[in-house]
Design a binder for this molecule. Structure first.
Ligand SMILES: [Zn+2]
Length: 193
């Protein structure tokens, strides 16, 4: 059953070993932050550093694995029709909007949408790792300078990931203006049989 994450919100759910998760961008140009924890020991979680190290690339896509802080494979990317994702930047948080956007009013964020949805699984805000940012476009210039550009994803682009262990997944429809070409859209997800 296809489920929808409304704009600027999030969800958390269990994904058993062998199950496949499809993440779709129904309108295009919308980022989804994804975190994963070992369902049997939440101290084990997705690791950007281990993934970039073992996969030897910063551009994680079809064929790559997402690794844990304990050097175990957590997810394998089976399909990625857009092919451009980010694993360098942390989830947008209330402070992101103060520091980058000079916005001191309340602003929804992936960090809040992850930790509030993960409460039922016993996960606290400080345990939220660097997220795998599906559809996020963060090019790195030769001098090392980072940019956050509009996603290249078009309406209907999707990713399919297979769980390598029993997982707790947290996912968002990202709330940051720059990351989503200044409009907030939903994200769809589905656990495939
Ligand atoms: Zn975000």
């Amino acid at each position: 059953m296809i489920q929808t994450i409304p704009p600027q919100s999030g969800v958390a759910f269990k994904l058993a070993a062998g199950q496949k998760l499809k993440i779709s961008d129904p309108k295009g140009e919308q980022v989804s932050d994804l975190v994963a924890f070992n369902a049997h020991d939440i101290r084990e979680k997705i690791s950007s550093g281990k993934t970039l190290d073992y996969e030897s690339t910063i551009f994680i896509t079809k064929g790559n694995f997402l690794w844990s802080n304990r050097s175990q494979k957590m997810l394998k990317i089976l399909e990625d029709t857009n092919g451009l994702n980010d694993f360098l930047l942390a989830p947008c948080s209330p402070e992101t909007f103060k520091i980058i956007y000079d916005n001191h009013d309340y602003h929804p964020s992936c960090f809040e949408n992850l930790h509030t949805n993960l409460v039922p699984f016993g996960i606290t805000p400080d345990e939220i790792p660097n997220a795998f940012n599906v559809f996020m476009n963060v090019p790195v210039a030769p001098d090392g300078k980072l940019s956050v550009l509009a996603p290249t994803s078009k309406a209907g682009d999707f990713m399919i990931l297979e769980a390598m262990m029993d997982l707790i997944i947290g996912m968002t429809a990202c709330s940051a203006e720059q990351s989503n070409n200044y409009s907030f859209k939903p994200i769809e997800w589905e656990i495939l049989a």
